[in-house]
Ligand binder design. Structure first.
Ligand SMILES: Cc1cc2nc3c(=O)[nH]c(=O)nc-3n(C[C@H](O)[C@H](O)[C@H](O)COP(=O)(O)OP(=O)(O)OC[C@H]3O[C@@H](n4cnc5c(N)ncnc54)[C@H](O)[C@@H]3O)c2cc1C
Length: 257
C-alpha cells in the first residue's frame, strides 16, 4: 500500500477525521410532505417543534427512523439526514420490496406521526483533500448528494452511483466541479460489485483523493479491496455496508476499521 506524501517535504499527508458526539434525542415529528422523487426513491419531509436543536455535522450521518414492525412494535432503521433546513428534515427512502421502513415510507402521508432518534454522532472528513470519489448504490445517494451539494467551489468530485435506470438519476446543485457517472442495473443486481469496479478501472486516483463508498456490505467490501489492491492508501478510503443482502436491520458501518 502506498502512503501519500507531501510533494515538497515528503511528509505523509492524511485526511483529517474528526469524530463528534451529539446528545441523543428522540423526536416525535409529523410528515409534512411526501413525493416520489424518482421511481425508486421516496422523499419525505418531516417537521415538528421537537426538531429544535437537531444537529447533523457530516453528510454521511444517520438517524434512526422508528416505523411499525407489523407486530405492534417498532422497527428501527438507519437513514441519512438528506437536508435539514428551515426547521424541516428531508429523508430519501429507497423503495425496495420487503422491509418495514420501505413499506412505511411508501404509504406515508402528510400529517402522519413518526419518531426519529439521533444522529448520535458525526464523522467529519476534512483536511487537504484534492479530489473526492463518491461511490454507492441508491441507499448511498442521499449522503452522496448531500456531500456534493455541500462541497465548496474549489473542490472536485466524481460520483459513481448505481441505480435501476436513467429515470432514477438525480441532479445536484453544487458550486464544486462535479463529474457524475451513473451505472444502470435492476435492484435485483444491487449485490454485484463488478459494474463499480469496471467504472473505477477507467479513472485515475491521484494522490489526496478521498474515496467514500457505501452500498450493500459485500459490494462495499469488494470495492474497498479493489482500491487497496490498486495501492490506494487505507487512510484515504471510507467504506460502509449500508445494508446486507437477505438480512433485516443489518449494516456494516465501518468496514475494516
Ligand atoms: C449509515 C446509513 C445510512 C443510510 N441511509 C439511507 C438513506 O438515506 N436512504 C435509504 O433508503 N437507505 C439508507 N440506508 C439503508 C437502510 O438503512 C437499509 O436499506 C434498511 O435495511 C432499510 O430498512 P427496511 O425496513 O426497508 O428493510 P429491512 O427490514 O432492513 O430488510 C428487509 C430485506 O430487504 C433487504 N434490503 C434492505 N435494504 C435494501 C435495499 N436498499 N435494496 C434491496 N434490498 C434491501 C434486506 O437485505 C432484507 O432482506 C442507510 C444505512 C446506513 C447504515
Amino acid at each position: 500500500m502506498t502512503e501519500q506524501s507531501d510533494m515538497e517535504t515528503g511528509a505523509p499527508i492524511s485526511p483529517q477525521i474528526t469524530r463528534m458526539r451529539h446528545e441523543l434525542h428522540r423526536r416525535n415529528l409529523k410528515v409534512a410532505s411526501s413525493e416520489r422523487l424518482t421511481p425508486h426513491m421516496i422523499r419525505l419531509t418531516l417537521e415538528g417543534s421537537e426538531l429544535e436543536g437537531f444537529v447533523s455535522a457530516a453528510p454521511d450521518d444517520h438517524f434512526k427512523l422508528f416505523v411499525p414492525d407489523g407486530e405492534e412494535g417498532d422497527a428501527r432503521r438507519d437513514y441519512t439526514p438528506r437536508l435539514y433546513k428551515d426547521g424541516r428534515l428531508t429523508v430519501d427512502v429507497v423503495d425496495h420490496p420487503g422491509g418495514p421502513a420501505a413499506d412505511w415510507a411508501r404509504l406515508a402521508a402528510t400529517g402522519d406521526s413518526v419518531m426519529i432518534g439521533g444522529p448520535r454522532g458525526s464523522v467529519v472528513i476534512g483536511g487537504d483533500i484534492r479530489h473526492w470519489v463518491l461511490i454507492g448504490d441508491e441507499t448511498a445517494l442521499p449522503a452522496i448528494g448531500r456531500r456534493i451539494e455541500e462541497l465548496p467551489a474549489e473542490s472536485s468530485v466524481m460520483s459513481i452511483v448505481a441505480v435501476p435506470g436513467p429515470e432514477d438519476e438525480q441532479r445536484f446543485e453544487t458550486a464544486a466541479r462535479h463529474d457524475p457517472v451513473w451505472l444502470h442495473r435492476p435492484l435485483s443486481e444491487a449485490t454485484e460489485a463488478r459494474p463499480y469496479i469496471e467504472a473505477l478501472e477507467k479513472i485515475d486516483l491521484p494522490p489526496q483523493t478521498f474515496v467514500w463508498v457505501a452500498a450493500e456490505a459485500a459490494v462495499a467490501r469488494e470495492i474497498r479491496s479493489y482500491l487497496l489492491d490498486r495501492g490506494h492508501d487505507l487512510q484515504w478510503i471510507k467504506a460502509s455496508g449500508y445494508w446486507i443482502k437477505g438480512q433485516a436491520d443489518a449494516s456494516d458501518k465501518s468496514i475494516g476499521e
